[in-house]
Design a binder for this molecule. Structure first.
Ligand code: PDD
Length: 283
């Protein structure tokens, strides 16, 4: 983690940074967040991230802080000398004596941190697939909100780690794959790519949105519809996307090997589209 954090109006040393123990983020996970890529000192897709944060806050009835968030994200990265990495922002409802209902007079609390991340191996790693496991979808019905309340997600990711897997995919009672614990889920079959539609059931990833556009421009057919786990296991290939995972190919779902276990050519193509996109944005 970098050394300087933005905390409620000030840049402070991480060691000295403090938040109130009655912050509703701490007591209720009452807040929203964003993770944005810093590519060669620039914010990647900064505007869509800020727009999504505002949307999450509006859905949670948290007033948007009156700040130039884009500038603050950039400044936090710069103060931490992060050229390639991520910047994290969380906005919580604010500080109040613990009570589920909230006063409408609170000032939202804003914390921003930044840390380096070497994107090169992530972007280069697309030649090899990783394993995902599956876990029951137990989350609430507003997964479109990027809430800091992530218990099912952290338990799912931990389950994946303990199984030696990269990610866990949530599967509904109807057998449909929604998304991963911190990534969007995709399958590729005969050159067509399928991903869950943007609905209340998934987070509409910024990488997801960028990639849909890149794929459409490249003439790759994209279907935004739910797909089942069964369909995924028969697919030629699969992958996950997120700000930190970029396009990470999937070679195994539970104990099933996709195709012959090598990365499907369509998935390779898609990974290269996103790689080119990041490097172009970084120039
Ligand atoms: N996670 N779905 C979930 C549940 C996520 O948490 C994320 C991102 C995504 C992908 O969104 P994006 O493309 O905007 O990064 C999908 C971030 C990286 C995290 O929690 O660290």
């Amino acid at each position: 983690m970098g050394k300087t954090a933005y905390v409620n109006g000030q840049f402070v040393d991480m060691q000295a940074a403090q938040v109130n123990i009655e912050d509703r983020g701490y007591q209720f996970a009452d807040g929203a967040y964003e993770v944005c890529t810093v590519a060669n000192g620039r914010l990647l897709d900064g505007d869509p991230h800020v727009r999504r944060l505002h949307r999450s806050l509006a859905e949670l009835k948290i007033p948007a802080p009156d700040l130039d968030i884009r500038e603050l994200l950039l400044e936090t990265a710069q103060r931490n000398q992060v050229d390639w990495g991520i910047v994290y922002i969380q906005v919580t409802r604010g500080v109040a004596p613990r009570n589920h209902a909230f006063p409408d007079t609170l000032t939202p609390a804003v914390v921003i941190t930044s840390r380096p991340l070497d994107y090169q191996p992530v972007l280069a790693g697309a030649s090899q697939g990783k394993k995902v496991i599956t876990t029951p979808e137990i989350r609430w019905r507003r997964c479109d909100i990027k809430s800091i309340s992530l218990l099912p997600n952290i338990l799912a990711k931990q389950q994946a780690r303990e199984a030696g897997a990269f990610e866990a995919w949530f599967v509904t009672d109807e057998g449909e794959v929604t998304e991963g614990s911190s990534t969007n889920a995709w399958i590729s079959n005969a050159g067509t790519v399928v991903t869950h539609p943007a609905s209340h059931a998934i987070l509409n990833g910024i990488v997801r949105q960028t990639l849909i556009e890149l794929m459409e421009n490249a003439g790759i057919r994209v279907e935004q519809r739910p797909f089942t786990l069964e369909e995924a296991k028969w697919a030629d290939g699969a992958f996950v996307t997120s700000t930190t995972a970029c396009v990470t190919p999937v070679s195994h779902i539970d104990d099933t090997t996709l195709g012959d276990g090598s990365v499907d050519t369509t998935v390779q193509h898609i990974a290269s589209l996103y790689r080119d996109y990041i490097y172009a944005a970084a120039e």
